[in-house]
Design a protein around this ligand. Structure first.
Ligand code: FES
Ligand SMILES: [Fe+2]
Length: 323
């Protein structure tokens, strides 16, 4: 499966849904890699994402598939499939030897992520947890972008574009570093802000990319006793089509666990997360026209100060087959 002549779908973890959308017994459809994926949670709480066609006679499970106990039931002849995909029952006789194909899933911070590997390999790494347990987005926004996920996430290390569409600047606290499928950077946003604001509220971000579909930003604000989180996740839905989700959360900086804040603090966290989301969406909107119209440049002519992009491109190669 390729999305353009230049870039195939990359391996890695990709966002499909928020965990709260999937109560036990529920079934959802999501677009993933040019297919409708049937996401469902069994009554016992197990989460599954299966490919859309029933192996019996090829019916679409998307239209009317239901959960019965731990099984997904096809809407046409009511064959039942166990969580491992095996057909385990029919209404009137022994099941055939048949199996539903599925994508491995992971739940992180209330986000459901699906694994994809072009050769069908099992997950070889996990998205790291946040240091603070129980952080779950409280605000989110989504849009479709007409490009490949790599083109969107590359924007993070393109510091040169910040003063132009975003009228912003960053100071690099630590240069980008890579560790297997992870890429870290630590920019300080807004050295161009007024000095009074700059000194009162430091905006030192830690960016973590986990593959090409997942970016998490942590923004501790010690003067406010808060820490903000932002996720930008890019799911390939088809050729040159990516569904982007931006989500935010906020927690108390000194509390190791994000749950259990008092009611007024909880209200403050939600308001802060909404404000963070509004700022982030404003910046994404400024990038959208560029992403929707640019072409992938396989051999970019990098200039001085583009080192981050060079490192990113080198790191990104691991998510594609070597051929
Ligand atoms: S097509 Fe699904 S049970 Fe027959
Ligand atoms: Fe940007």
């Amino acid at each position: 499966m390729t999305t353009t002549d230049e870039l195939p779908y990359p391996s890695g973890w990709f966002y499909l849904a928020r965990a709260r959308e999937l109560a036990p017994g529920s079934v959802l459809t999501r677009r993933f890699l040019d297919e409708d994926i049937v996401l469902h949670r069994t009554r016992g709480g197990r989460l599954r994402a299966v490919r859309p066609h029933c192996p019996h006679l090829g019916a679409q499970l998307v239209a009317g598939g239901t959960v019965a106990g731990e099984h997904l039931v096809c809407p046409v002849h009511r064959f039942a499939f166990a969580p491992d995909g095996t057909c385990v029952g029919t209404p009137d006789g022994p099941p055939p030897c048949a199996r539903l194909e599925h994508h491995p899933l992971s739940e992180r911070n209330g986000l459901v992520l699906a694994w994809y590997d072009p050769e069908g390999a099992a997950p070889s790494w996990e998205v790291p947890d946040t240091a603070r347990a129980g952080v779950v987005p409280t605000a989110a926004w989504s849009t479709e972008v007409r490009t490949h996920p790599q083109e969107i996430i590359e924007n993070t290390v393109d510091y040169r574009h910040l003063p132009v569409p975003h009228q912003a600047a960053v100071q690099e606290l630590d240069p980008p570093t890579t560790q297997g499928p992870l890429l870290h950077t630590r920019p300080r946003r807004g050295p161009d802000r007024p000095p009074a604001l700059r000194h009162r509220i430091r905006a030192d971000h830690t960016f973590l990319m986990a593959g090409l579909g997942y970016l998490r930003v942590e923004l501790p604000l010690p003067s406010l006793g808060l820490v903000g989180y932002l996720w930008a996740m890019h799911t390939p839905t088809g050729p040159r089509r990516t569904q982007m989700l931006v989500a935010t959360a906020c927690a108390d900086l000194r509390r190791p666990d994000a749950t259990g804040a008092s009611l007024p603090r909880h209200g403050l966290h939600r308001a802060f997360a909404r404000a963070m989301l509004k700022t982030a969406v404003g910046k994404v909107r400024q990038d959208l026209r560029i992403w929707n119209t640019k072409r992938y440049e396989p051999r970019p002519r990098l200039a001085a100060n583009d080192e981050g992009i060079g490192l990113f491109r080198h790191w990104a190669r691991q998510f594609y087959p070597s051929s």
